[in-house]
Design a protein around this ligand. Structure first.
Ligand code: KG4
Ligand code: ZN
Length: 350
């Protein structure tokens, strides 16, 4: 019987051990998670320093580095969990969205593992993975809750009504917040990755540069956001000062931008919680690793009686454990792929 026929007969186990494989951007990540909650191993091999030489992720280099790293990441994960492939019940892999060539490395590798071990192959949406990281942080977390999704490609306030149902309450109408961090970092000539470098520099500066208050007079939906105006204002400010021959205080630019960008996220999130029936907020996505956001959101949560689930920084940015956590939810539903599974550069959030 072929693998594609066998998947119909795969049983769904209690407390499954799932390997999560992530390769959508510049981290090759492999994790082993029990029951969608307990991390048994978590390996990340990053190619960020290679990309830093070029000022941003170079897709070709990312693919090549994944190819080199994926076997080592997998072996390391198995060794640290003291397991062999026999112990793994299913292989969850990011199918999209992301860089096509990078995704294909993880997808092809996961297919080979599933085929050779005759175990289920579970396709996972990268963004759903980010959201599922909250289940690893708070082992008792159950929907309903709100997730503040703040990554390089997405910025949204979503209601998680059950494990599978996401309902957007608000989202950015233009740029994602992480994208704005990266573009501002570029104009300040900070090295890749932009977000963490803005955060570092902002600690040395002050919020003294007047930037547009993006929420004032704003005509979008109630909990929507917009980052292109803020980003453009920062770029115009820097270029304007340079043209006038003035020295730009980069630390002040970083601090002023970060205050505005994160402030809006927090205002919108608190509004959404106060005006709805939700009482818990989980943070997801790379910008969730930002220390200023973490401090301010923790403060806002305690002032407003909101229960906050704040994944460790490592589980805000890309990792394999979040893919295993979402893989677990998909596994429970028997959402298994056959060997025709392909990578998807674009995968709308459903
Ligand atoms: O979620 P993520 O790892 O990748 C996806 O987009 O899926 O997010 C990456 C984004 C980048 O834009 C990066 O600059 C931003 O998260 N980021 C940060 C920080 N760490 C990562 N932004 C602000 N402060 C940080 N510490
Ligand atoms: Zn990501």
């Amino acid at each position: 019987m072929s693998y594609n026929d066998k998947i119909k007969g795969f049983s769904i186990k209690e407390n499954p051990i799932i390997m999560g494989i992530e390769s959508s951007c510049d981290e090759t990540a492999v994790s082993i998670v029990r029951n969608g909650r307990e991390i048994l191993a978590d390996e990340i091999i990053s190619s960020a320093t290679e990309h830093a030489k070029f000022g941003g992720v170079v897709p070709e280099i990312a693919s090549r580095m994944h190819t080199e790293a994926i076997l080592a990441a997998t072996k390391n994960a198995l060794t640290s969990a003291e397991m062999t492939l026999d112990d793994i019940d299913a292989f969850a892999v990011t199918e999209g969205a992301g860089l096509m060539g990078a995704l294909l490395v993880g997808v092809s590798f996961a297919k080979a593992l599933a085929f050779s071990t005759e175990k289920p192959l579970v396709p996972v949406s990268h963004i759903r993975g980010h959201i599922a990281a909250a289940y690893l942080t708070d082992k008792t977390l159950k929907p309903p809750f709100i997730t503040l999704l703040a990554s390089g490609g997405h910025t949204a306030i979503l209601a998680v009504d059950d494990e599978y149902t996401l309902r957007p309450l608000g989202s950015t109408l233009d740029d994602a917040v992480g994208e704005a961090f990266d573009k501002v970092a570029r104009v300040l000539k900070l090295p890749y990755p932009g977000g963490p470098n803005i955060e570092r520099l902002a600690r040395e500066g002050q919020n003294v540069i007047k930037l547009p208050q993006m929420l004032k007079g704003y005509s979008g939906g109630k909990y929507d956001l917009s980052y292109s105006g803020l980003k453009t204002a920062v770029i115009n400010y820097v270029h304007g000062e340079e043209q006038k021959g003035n020295a730009v205080n980069k630390a002040d630019v970083a601090a002023s931008f970060q205050t505005a960008a994160i402030g809006a996220l927090i205002t919108r999130t608190v509004e959404a919680v106060k005006e709805t029936e939700y009482t818990t907020v989980a943070v997801s996505g790379g910008v969730g690793a930002n220390g200023y956001l973490r401090d301010k959101l923790s403060q806002a949560a305690s002032e407003n009686g909101i229960k906050l689930v704040l994944p460790e920084k490592r589980y805000c940015t890309d990792n394999g454990a979040m893919i295993a956590a979402e893989g677990y939810l998909q596994y429970k539903k028997g959402n298994f792929a056959d060997l025709s599974l392909n990578a998807k550069a674009v995968l709308p959030l459903k």
